[in-house]
Design a protein around this ligand. Structure first.
Ligand code: SF4
Length: 300
């Protein structure tokens, strides 16, 4: 499904370039280099400017949001507090954060997320459920560390949306490693799953690794995960049917619809009506759900 964004309703605030990681498959690291955080003042200026121009959803972007400030004597928590001090009915979406850099700030991060301008949304990449493969990727956390963060987040904020990424067919990924990934996903039940089939990038360490996995195997593992996740996300979204909630309407959709986001960053598709104003919150009742979005009707 594709939607037209409303005028200036969605703004992007890049907060850093590079990262503190050294993942063996990553070409971005080679292109972007070490972490370089932008200063809080210039970030805040852009943030304020977007709000003044009418933005209602602000996306904080970087290679790894949780590492923000580690090179500059500050932290993502400081930045979140600064952003949170601006009043308004906008919402901020934090970008991807790696489990190893998220862990030290995780409790404070959830504290702020619980009652604030931040969507209840976390993008925590897993990449593999096998510790052996994670080590080969040089990911600096275990599958258990990742699971612990997901479960801690869900205990604190049950409705939080968890997004994650996995790579299939990393060199040396045997059936047992793949099944570890399946088990991790079945236990954690992420709402959003981004699957990438491993592709070797010249210049990276993984490019020279032996035990290449055949593209057919990589593809069939990717398809299997897609099917497993469709079931997980479908069942999770089904729980919203019949519930009343609020949605921030942001985009015009196809066939006289608009789309909005709930506080936990779920997509809600609504029928457009003459009173519908993009950039405002509306009361909705959820009437149907798929694994990708919720459908609702506006409660006047
Ligand atoms: S995958 Fe992410 S954390 Fe790892 S090196 Fe690349 S940009 Fe850095």
């Amino acid at each position: 499904m594709s939607f037209d964004p409303g005028p200036d309703l969605i703004g992007v605030v890049p907060v850093s370039t590079g990262c503190t990681g050294d993942c063996t498959y990553c070409i971005t690291r080679l292109a972007r280099g070490a972490l370089k955080s932008h200063d809080v003042t210039s970030i805040e200026k852009r943030f304020r400017c977007l709000l003044e121009r009418g933005a209602k959803e602000i996306r904080v972007t970087s290679q790894d949001s949780a590492s923000y400030g580690l090179d500059a004597g500050t932290s993502l928590i400081e930045l979140m507090r600064t952003m949170d001090s601006h009043s308004g009915d906008h919402r901020i979406r934090l970008g991807m954060m790696n489990p190893d850099t998220a862990e030290p700030i995780f409790d404070e991060l959830l504290d702020i997320m619980e009652g604030s301008h931040f969507y209840r949304f976390l993008h925590l990449p897993l990449q593999s459920g096998s510790d052996r493969i994670l080590e080969k990727m040089n990911r600096r956390y275990t599958a258990g560390d990742w699971m612990e963060l997901v479960e801690r987040a869900r205990r604190r904020i049950p409705e939080i949306t968890i997004s994650t990424d996995v790579i299939t067919g990393f060199p040396g990924e045997c059936e047992e490693d793949f099944q570890d990934t399946v088990k991790a996903l079945e236990r954690a039940e992420p709402d959003i799953l981004n699957i990438t089939r491993f592709s070797s990038r010249p210049g990276t360490e993984a490019h020279g690794m032996k035990d290449r996995i055949h593209s057919r195997t990589s593809k069939s593992r990717s398809s299997a995960l897609t099917r497993i996740h469709e079931k997980i996300s479908g069942e999770r979204n089904q729980k919203y049917v019949g519930l009343a909630t609020k949605a921030l309407v942001l985009e015009k959709g196809k066939n006289h619809t608009v789309t909005g986001r709930t506080d936990s960053y779920k997509v809600v598709v609504l029928e457009d009506d003459p009173g519908m104003v993009l950039g405002t919150w509306v009361d909705v009742e959820i009437t149907a759900a798929s694994g990708v979005y919720l459908k609702g009707i506006r409660i006047q």
